[in-house]
Design a protein around this ligand. Structure first.
Ligand code: 6PG
Length: 252
């Protein structure tokens, strides 16, 4: 699936908001997401991120506060990346979202699209890409019609995002929307830059002092870090906590 680029937002033109701690960062992100869902009437496609930080966000979204505030039947969930482990493995991003969000919020089961991890790595990546093409309804992504309404992303201390890890072949993928990442333990499957770029909005959720250096370098445009090369057809917003922002001049 190739992109025919029209408009583009990059890290340099992204907005950043600083909050006191991880929980208030997640609470603000939940409210921002609820507002975006309410601002449209169509099926709202979200690519969820993995790791531990999003768990606070998913807990917040699953709380009573959002039971009636979010039109849950319009939510369609995908994953930005997955560890190549069974879905009941403690390392699974799907399992984390199932336990924190899906078990408590009325998302329609037909609107939940975990990345397959049953079988061969490349085959699962191809199956997930086929699903995205089916959902999108075309072989080629157009930036005037983004695949995702929202892509949630985290940031690793090494500057990775999704499973776009430093030194992996997935960073070079410009045709496929999904790439296998075979040289990690566990192996992974990830959306590629073209797929993430096909978004109406990207929300980076970054907390913890261990992210401060990577966040500073990404915000300064150090493209040796994978997250610094993220682009969107829409907007890019950062919700970070005080510890993660500690090295940012802009947060002073
Ligand atoms: C994963 C994630 C990964 C994550 C970052 C930050 O599968 O691990 O998709 O990209 O977002 O590593 O993780 P934390 O938020 O847990 O620090």
């Amino acid at each position: 699936m190739e992109n025919h680029s029209l408009a583009m937002t990059d890290i340099a033109s992204s907005e950043l908001f600083v909050f006191s701690d991880p929980r208030s960062t997640a609470a603000a992100a939940a409210s921002w997401i609820a507002d975006r869902i309410a601002a449209v009437t169509h099926l709202f496609r979200v690519a969820l991120s993995g790791g531990t930080t999003p768990g606070l966000l998913y807990d917040e979204l699953a709380s009573r506060k959002y039971r009636n505030r979010i039109d849950w039947k319009r939510l369609e969930l995908f994953w930005g990346d997955e560890r190549f482990v069974p879905h009941n493995d403690p390392r699974s991003n799907y399992r984390m979202a199932r336990e924190t969000l899906l078990a408590h919020a009325p998302v329609l089961i037909d609107h939940v699209h975990p990345i397959p991890t049953d079988g061969d790595l490349d085959n699962c990546a191809r199956r997930y890409e086929a699903l995205l093409k089916r959902v999108y309804g075309a072989e080629t992504l157009s930036l005037s019609r983004p695949l995702f309404d929202l892509v949630l992303l985290g940031l690793g201390p090494d500057g990775h995002t999704a499973s776009l890890l430093p030194g992996t072949q997935a960073l070079k993928e410009r045709t496929h929307c999904v790439a296998p990442v075979g040289n990690t333990d566990p192996q992974r499957i990830t959306l590629t830059y073209p797929a993430i770029r096909s978004s109406a909005a990207i929300l980076f959720l970054v907390t913890g002092a261990d992210k401060a250096d990577a966040l500073r370098r990404v915000r300064q445009g150090d493209t040796s870090l994978p997250a610094a090369r993220i682009q969107s057809a829409g907007e890019i917003v950062w919700f970070v906590d005080h510890d993660a922002a500690a090295s940012l001049a802009e947060a002073a």
